[in-house]
Design a protein around this ligand. Structure first.
Ligand SMILES: CC(C)(COP(=O)(O)OP(=O)(O)OC[C@H]1O[C@@H](n2cnc3c(N)ncnc32)[C@H](O)[C@@H]1OP(=O)(O)O)[C@@H](O)C(=O)NCCC(=O)NCCS
Length: 221
């Protein structure tokens, strides 16, 4: 229904026409609307690191908390030279695939696939280790969950020969254990020599792009 008449009011309460109920209903009070502002849907995307990312890359990785549950030891606050070297390694494409996770134009973390050596030399790899990290300023907002689900889905979508991903998780890293479970990783019952649990994620049934599309449609917390 459309109307050229002004919306009616009941005892000073403005009304709006609800096309589903096909009836005039009270507009939500102003205070309620102010408490629940609409937020735009923000999308995290992935791209190779660029040389211009050096300052943000260096600053995020100069934090020992970010390294606490990563397999490599904290190398100390990064100098520009060390950060440049690490960026250069991240840009190599022969043994791994590293991506900056980008939110509104700014890198907030990283994902990495390290290809396992295929059984037949020269064949395409069928499995890879997945790892990821976020700069500490971005923790606790649901970005980690979103990055893991989206980037593992993209990995299967972009690499048709990939049959499984695996990840190792420190026993105290409850956040990542939870996130990886939601991304499709399950315990294998195996662990590394230093006690990190080994999780495995088989190629999902159906289209990975369906999962990514559903995720992309949901707003960030
Ligand atoms: C692990 C990491 C990626 C989590 O990212 P995040 O964006 O803070 O996580 P999210 O906001 O998506 O939270 C995911 C879940 O973990 C929980 N969580 C977050 N931090 C937690 C903590 N310190 N302890 C316990 N649970 C935690 C959240 O409550 C949430 O669960 P819920 O929504 O079901 O309640 C981030 O802390 C990080 O980069 N850490 C350093 C590197 C690292 O550990 N990488 C993973 C290696 S396997």
């Amino acid at each position: 229904m459309t109307t050229d008449h002004p919306a009616p009011q009941v005892q000073d309460t403005p009304l709006a026409f609800d096309p589903v109920l096909q009836a005039w209903v009270p507009l939500a009070p102003g205070a309620w609307r102010a408490a629940a502002p609409e937020r735009p849907v923000m999308t995290i995307s992935f791209r190779p690191w660029a040389g211009t990312d050096l300052p943000v890359f260096r600053d995020m990785l100069s934090d020992p908390e970010v390294w606490r549950f990563l397999p490599e030891p904290f190398p100390g606050a990064l100098s520009d030279a060390v950060a440049r070297d690490l960026l250069a390694v991240a840009q190599v494409t022969t043994f791994h695939e590293v991506r900056a996770a980008v939110l509104q134009g700014t890198p907030i973390g990283q994902t990495r696939l390290v290809w396992d050596a295929p059984a037949n030399p020269g064949a395409a790899p069928v499995s890879a280790e997945f790892s990821y990290w976020l700069g500490r300023a971005h923790w606790g907002r649901g970005y980690g969950r979103r990055i893991a689900i989206k980037s593992t889905g993209l990995a299967f979508a972009r690499h048709p020969g990939l049959t499984a991903l695996w990840a190792r998780v420190h026993p105290d890293n409850r956040a990542s254990r939870r996130i990886l479970g939601e991304a499709g990783f399950a315990a294998t019952g195996r662990s590394t020599a230093d006690g990190w649990a080994i999780l495995s994620c088989p190629r999902p049934e159906g289209s990975a792009m369906d999962r990514i599309a559903a995720l992309a449609a949901s707003p960030l917390r």
